[in-house]
Design a protein around this ligand. Sequence first.
Ligand code: ZN
Length: 280
Amino acid sequence: MTAPPVSASFPWPQGRRAAVAVTFDLDAESVMLAIDPAYAERPSLMSHQRYGPVTGVPRLLEVLAERGVRATFFVPGASAERHPAAVEAIVAAGHEIGHHGYEHESLLGRSREEELDILRRGLDALERIGGVRPRGYRAPWWELGTHTLELLAELGFAYDSSLFERDVPYRIPTAHGELIEVPVSWTFDDWERYAFWPEITGSGTIARPSEVLESWWEEIEALAEVGGCAVLTMHPFLSGRPARARALGVLLDRLRERGDLWIATCGEIAEHAAGVPTAP
Ligand code: ZN
């Protein structure tokens, strides 16, 4: 007798075999300014980042709307303040907004007070501009600080999406209650495939969108065999370019045609996982 796959028993809704979350991090200028505030004095670099909210978001919202797919956009508070129209359009289209720091700050080495201040500033910006109180959080660079999970629970967040250790959502106990983790993988990050700026990021080898599509399809097919959860993580300044957005559309068409995948927001996946008594 063959042993069942590790996660085959995770009960996805409606008997679906696996889940796929389509997520975007609206980093825009913030991710560069977090590395060095002096980058504000580099108009071309800032413009490269602004492609996301200015051009990428409208295009990606069309790709999603054409397929009836709802996504999760993790937004740094400062990005929301710089690009309120993009955030308003995302909210108006019915997508989920998650917290992604204030200025995409690294949390490494931060005190509890510093982390709390960053979380509060991000919450304030998203509530003021998007009219939403996010239920989910994703750490900048997927690097939680030592206080983050406990603070998230204290502030009433339902889930985090910055950890890696499982194929399916799981529970994280903290001193202030339980969070759900919707785990991620660098495999599904478009940054490694598409990003390039001389001396700042990327190797200069920019992947063909059709190759990225096939790679992600292969990964999702294998994850589906073990009943897992694929969390696609894209950035509008990267995946919002025409051929890349088109490839995402083709991938979403294929995923929908399979018929056995639950394409849902991170919030929906976390809510479902929280109601699964046997969730590991
Ligand atoms: Zn980010």
